[in-house]
Structures are given as structure tokens and as C-alpha cells.
Design a protein around this ligand. Structure first.
Ligand SMILES: CC(C)(COP(=O)(O)OP(=O)(O)OC[C@H]1O[C@@H](n2cnc3c(N)ncnc32)[C@H](O)[C@@H]1OP(=O)(O)O)[C@@H](O)C(=O)NCCC(=O)NCCS
Length: 151
């Protein structure tokens, strides 16, 4: 059974290692994660999904800079062997709850424009494509900007 909990600083090495597998075009360093985690729980929220052995199999993070502004999804990833079981959908619900709790007005994200799985995930959750940012992830790697209003 998959369980979920808030991320802690001890998880940072796992985040760094999973980023290399899931986001080889834009992995974060341990130093970057340290900076982000230092802002928890004030403006950042990171959550993890665990398998029966308590190993991290998925994670997500969000930035809510202040009340009444847009929240920015920082990351969402699930290990390949565990995909298609609703884990990303659940992680998205957890970070969305944080954004609603912090009175964010909308959810925003950048996704690589050829990432059909992630775009499918976001569209299934009601996100709309609002623009393209050329070369966002590096030369020739465009980002699609997607957004969902919050109630
Ligand atoms: C995108 C990703 C997080 C989805 O994780 P997942 O746990 O498999 O997703 P879920 O099982 O929760 O799927 C939820 C919905 O997303 C959509 N989706 C998931 N996989 C999809 C695929 N291969 N093609 C199209 N839509 C897909 C579906 O609408 C799905 O709902 P359904 O199962 O009821 O049809 C995963 O593929 C991943 O980690 N990819 C690599 C990292 C990445 O690109 N992250 C996003 C960065 S912006």
C-alpha cells in the first residue's frame, strides 16, 4: 500500500537521486533542495509517497509566496515502476490542499512541451495551457505554462 507524508531534510539525498532519473534535463542539486526545504513550512511544501518498505517512490513540491498570489508547482515525479496507479494524482491533491490553505489564487506550472504523461495528468486535473516559453529547459527544450484557478 502506498502511504504519504511531508518531506523532511533527511529525504534530500533521495530527492537529488530521483531528480537525476526523472528530470535529467533539469535536476536540482542538494544545495538547491536545502534552500527550498529551509523555507518549509512557511512558503514551501514538499510531500513524498512511500512503498511498503518505506522507500520514496514519488514526490511533489509547491511554492506559495504569499496569500492572494499564484502558487507555483516546483516538482512532481513518480518512479517508473509505480506509475499509472494514481500516485501523482494524490501528490497533486496534497500540494493543492496546501495552496488552498495558504489562500493562493491559482496553480501554475511549467512542463516540458513533449511530456505527454505530465500534460495528461495536469489536463485531467483541470489545468489549461496558457503559453509556451521557448528554451526554458535549455536550448530547444520548450516549456508549456499551465494554470488552474483555485476556488
Ligand atoms: C507525470 C507523472 C508524474 C505521472 O505519474 P503517475 O503516478 O503515473 O500518474 P497517475 O497514475 O496519478 O495518473 C493520473 C492521470 O494522469 C494522466 N496520465 C498519467 N499517465 C499518463 C500517460 N502515460 N499518458 C497520458 N496521460 C497520463 C491520466 O489522466 C491519469 O488519470 P487516469 O489514470 O485516470 O487516466 C509520471 O509519469 C512521471 O513521474 N514522469 C516523469 C517526471 C515528470 O515528467 N514529472 C512532471 C514534471 S512537470
Amino acid at each position: 500500500m502506498t502511504t504519504y507524508r511531508d518531506a523532511i531534510a533527511l529525504d534530500i539525498p533521495v530527492f537529488v537521486s530521483l531528480d537525476k532519473q526523472l528530470f535529467p534535463y533539469s535536476p536540482w542539486s542538494a544545495a538547491q533542495y536545502k534552500e527550498e526545504f529551509a523555507e518549509m513550512p512557511r512558503t514551501r511544501h514538499f510531500v513524498v509517497a512511500l512503498d511498503e518498505a518505506q522507500s520514496i517512490i514519488g514526490y511533489a513540491g509547491i511554492l506559495v509566496p504569499a496569500a492572494q498570489v499564484e502558487a507555483d508547482i516546483l516538482t512532481v515525479g513518480v518512479l517508473e515502476a509505480h506509475r499509472g496507479k494514481g500516485i501523482a494524482r494524490h501528490l497533486m491533491a496534497l500540494i493543492t490542499d496546501f495552496a488552498v490553505d495558504r489562500q493562493a489564487t491559482a496553480m501554475m506550472l511549467e512542463v516540458k512541451s513533449d511530456n505527454v504523461e505530465a500534460i495528461g495528468l495536469y489536463e485531467s486535473l483541470g489545468y489549461s495551457k496558457i503559453s509556451i516559453r521557448n528554451n526554458y529547459f535549455g536550448s530547444g527544450l520548450d516549456a508549456l505554462i499551465m494554470r488552474k484557478e483555485l476556488p
